[in-house]
Design a protein around this ligand. Structure first.
Ligand code: SAH
Length: 501
């Protein structure tokens, strides 16, 4: 069930990794009229919002004036009473040090209906990503979530240090960096063993998560030395030692590597997700954007007369998707290609065709125009009509070769790739990249022109194939790695081989 009108949803967004958001959270974010969100929510968490949804930032940042808690409650009430569906999105779990309880109370008092959607709390997520099980049959039969930073207006510490010192299990301190020295001293003074293993976990589940291991007696010094900053958790307990065996995050093949993805945003997600899954920190610098041209008279004509072509060549998945879209808009479907031989430049393009119900007749082994020309050697084209459907500014290798064999070739521009200016923060992050990946000549040209002398010079350039490499060299770049298979999987393979060599 989606978001109901007049209801406030107190939703946990998880600790930072977008993959740890719950299905329910994503569903409500996609359905809500208004979303009030905090600072520490995962990147892209609001990617699925409705285009007409109201987004209100109510985060608290140390040292910066923020919306007071009462006012947040007040605004939630006003929005709900206006009959809107409201999501109150918070980091981690809303009821674990998230003031979700207070907000729920204010809503109840005002007679506003609410629901709570739990989130993965940092105490179990950051620890799991650090390879620290918060309980363990041999080490810890209980776990306590403790606040390390109490209300500064309280005169005396409400924490019972004697009880915490005696607690038979793991202690996980939230908000524990600032007062770490005092807190560790209080625990030791109350009788907890200073030799007990401890760890500080910074930015758990975010790119660049960092764990500092020490003992209760030395953790404050270690955290100061390593300049660990919030958000961070402090773990005290025998289980912290298990990390020696169980650390897994740092073992992923691209851990600690920063990789720039230059594809158009609409296409980048697959590559970016795979890279992230391998442990890389991905910076997206989309150099181009796909601008469909399927409204043009040429495309309409071609779609209406598709039956006249004996061969139809497609040179990118984008082209395929747009051709199907143009067909749909023309009131037609895949049957319009029934009489034609269909050629795809590579497996990605063939896959896109298959999604539309068409099995390509010709797919070359290597994914460049020259290879497609070769693969088409067996196909009779002399005196026949051929359609090459592609980007506006592609190379003419294929149409020229087919014309040379006597075909009557129409080149159909289904889309244009236009320059996209990457965001300033991303350009900054890219400066220390280990790799910059290029999946086409147009991304090379557009990115080098967009960045000028801010192109990250220290990064190794990974190219999808010879044409892209050539463009890169012509732009003054040194190509460190060229994929053997000229598709995205081939590029990933080549990058992985280099990173793990
Ligand atoms: N409701 C949140 C906690 C909010 S209190 C939850 O359930 O996780 C904020 C504190 O949570 C931070 O000071 C820090 O101690 C901890 N925290 C939140 N996100 C974290 C993360 N990604 N890594 C480590 N600690 C985190």
């Amino acid at each position: 069930m989606s978001a109901r009108a007049g209801v406030v949803y107190l939703v946990g967004a998880g600790p930072g990794d977008p993959g740890l958001m719950t299905a329910r959270a994503l569903e409500l974010i996609a359905g809500a009229d208004a979303i009030f969100y905090d600072r520490l929510i995962p990147p892209g968490a609001l990617g699925g919002v409705r285009s007409d949804a109201e987004l209100v930032y109510v985060g608290k940042q140390p040292g910066v004036p923020s919306v007071p808690q009462e006012e947040i409650g007040e605004r939630l009430i006003v929005a709900a009473r206006a009959g809107r569906s409201v999501v109150r999105l918070k980091g981690g779990d809303p009821f674990v040090f998230g003031r979700g309880g207070e907000e729920g109370e204010a809503l109840r008092e005002a007679g506003v209906e609410f629901e709570v959607v739990p989130g993965v709390t940092a105490g179990v997520a950051a620890t799991a990503y650090a390879g620290i099980p918060v309980t363990h049959r041999d080490d810890a039969s209980a776990v306590a979530f403790v606040t390390g930073h109490e209300d500064p207006e309280k005169e005396e510490s409400a924490l019972d240090w004697e009880a915490l010192a005696r607690f038979p299990g793991t202690l996980v301190f939230y908000m524990g960096v600032k007062r770490l020295e005092q807190n560790a001293a209080s625990l030791i003074a109350a009788g907890r063993d200073p030799e007990e293993p401890a760890a500080a976990i910074e930015r758990g589940t975010w790119p660049g998560q960092r764990t500092v291991s020490a003992t209760l007696g030395t953790i404050a010094e270690a955290v100061a030395r390593e300049a660990v900053k919030a958000p961070a958790l402090i773990v005290v307990g025998e289980v912290a030692r298990r990390r020696e065996q169980l650390a897994w995050l740092e073992r992923r093949p691209l851990h600690g590597r920063r990789v720039v993805v230059t594809r158009a945003r609409a296409q980048a997600s697959g590559l970016a997700a795979t890279l992230r899954g391998l442990g890389a920190e991905v910076v997206e610098l989309p150099a181009i954007r796909i601008e469909p041209r399927i409204e043009s008279p040429e495309v309409r004509d071609a779609v209406a007369n598709l039956g006249e072509y004996s061969l139809v060549c497609l040179t990118s998945p984008n082209g395929v998707r747009l051709l199907f879209e143009a067909l749909r808009e023309g009131g037609r479907d895949a049957r319009a290609l029934a009489g034609a031989t269909v050629a795809a430049i590579g497996p990605g393009t063939a896959r896109a065709l298959a999604e539309g119900g068409i099995v390509a007749d010709v797919v070359p082994e290597r994914f460049v125009a020259e290879a497609l020309v070769e693969a088409l050697a067996e196909v009779e084209v002399g005196g026949r009509r051929v359609l090459v459907a592609r980007a506006a500014e592609a190379r003419d290798v294929l149409p020229d070769a087919l014309r040379g064999r006597g075909a009557e070739v129409d080149v159909l521009a289904l889309y244009e790739t236009v320059r996209e200016q990457p965001g300033e923060e991303d350009v900054e992050a890219a400066q220390s990249a280990d790799y910059v990946t290029f999946t086409s000549s147009s991304t090379v040209t557009n990115l080098t022109e967009a960045l000028g002398d801010r192109f990250p010079t220290g990064a190794r350039i990974v190219s999808i194939g010879p044409i892209t490499s050539e463009t890169a060299r012509a732009a003054g770049l040194e190509v460190a790695i060229e994929a053997e298979r000229h598709d995205v999987d081939g590029l990933l393979e080549a990058l992985l081989a280099d990173a793990t060599a």
